[in-house]
Each structure stands twice: as C-alpha cells, then as structure tokens.
Design a protein around this ligand. Structure first.
Ligand code: ZN
Length: 185
C-alpha cells in the first residue's frame, strides 16, 4: 500500500503537485522559486484546505513531502541552496538546526556555489563574505548598506546578523582556519 503523505498531519491531495509547479520560476541556478505568497523571511507559503479551512503551509515543506517518500514531517526541511523561496526537491533535505549550520559551514569551506552568477544573490555565500558581513555589522553598519556594499541580498545579511545562519563563523581567524584545514585534506 502506498504510504499516505502528510503535511502537519494533513493528507496532501495529488493536484497539489500541479498547483506547486504552476507557481514556480526555475532559475538558471536550478532553484524553483515560489511566485506566490511568502513570509517575511521569503519562504513560500501555500494555502492548503483541510476540513473546509485554508491554512498556509511552507511550500518547501510541501515540495519535500511530495517528492521524498521517507519524510514523516517530524524534522525540519532545509535548503542546500540557501535560497528560502526555492522548493526544488533536489535542493532540500530533512534535518535539524545543527545539520543546517554544519551544511552551511561545509559549503563555506568548499566555496560551494550552485551558479557563478553571484550578483543574482542566489549563490551560496563564502566564509569570507560571511566574515565581511559580521565585521561590518560589529562596526554598527546596518543590514541594508552591508548588503549594498557586499552585493548580498538584504534577507541573507539579516539572517547572518540576526544569528539565524552562519553562527559558527565568529572570526576571520576561525574562517580562514576552516578553509586552510579543508584544502589540506
Ligand atoms: Zn534552490
């Protein structure tokens, strides 16, 4: 018997896949960006009807659930691509918050970039960029001018300065140590 897929305890109707695919823009970097409603952190939101009531659900969680059988809804769904509106199932993985930090640290060490087009803001940040954000922030520079100066979208800057991402990178020394350690392997 096929396992029933659920979001937040609610079964997902099959037409949801069509609905999902109608409202995304596929970017050159491979991200599927949600065109519809987003929350303040740019995560896509989709209303799902349950018992006659519509409730907003995170699109990336819906996408993950639709395309990855093994997820039971218990853990977080995280982005490899560091792009909140993205719901490409291949860019998503299930994990906890520590996995999220580890994943971004490893991307920083590897200089992982999904696409060379840094200016579009979709590429994952390097450790050096994160350190630059933190350095400016510690000097009292606000998020918007930091973003403009470094060419990084405001929401990414806000995630870093607000401690939501890249918490493990606290100094230039630490960042460089991580990079050099990786290059020796
Ligand atoms: Zn993506």
């Amino acid at each position: 018997m096929k396992k029933e897929r659920k979001i937040g305890g609610h079964a997902i109707p099959q037409p949801l896949i069509d609905r999902l695919l109608r409202h995304i823009t596929m970017t050159p970097s491979g991200c599927w960006e949600w065109n519809g409603q987003r929350d303040k952190h740019q995560y896509g939101l989709m209303a799902i009807r349950h018992n006659g009531k519509e409730k907003p659900n995170f699109v990336h969680r819906i996408a993950f659930s639709l395309f990855h059988e093994e997820w039971n809804g218990a853990s977080s769904v995280l982005h490899h691509c560091d792009n909140p509106p993205c719901c490409n199932p291949l860019h998503l993985f299930a994990g906890n918050q520590q996995d999220n930090v580890d994943d971004m640290m490893s991307k920083g060490r590897h200089g992982y970039k999904s696409h060379p087009g840094e200016e579009n803001g979709r590429a994952t940040l390097t450790v050096e960029q994160v350190i630059a954000v933190k350095t400016l922030h510690s000097q009292g520079v606000k998020n918007i001018p930091i973003g403009e100066q470094l060419g990084i979208p405001r929401w990414k800057v806000a995630f870093i300065t607000g401690g939501k991402t890249w918490r493990n990178v606290t100094s230039i020394k630490q960042g460089l140590a991580a990079v050099s350690q990786e290059s020796r392997l």
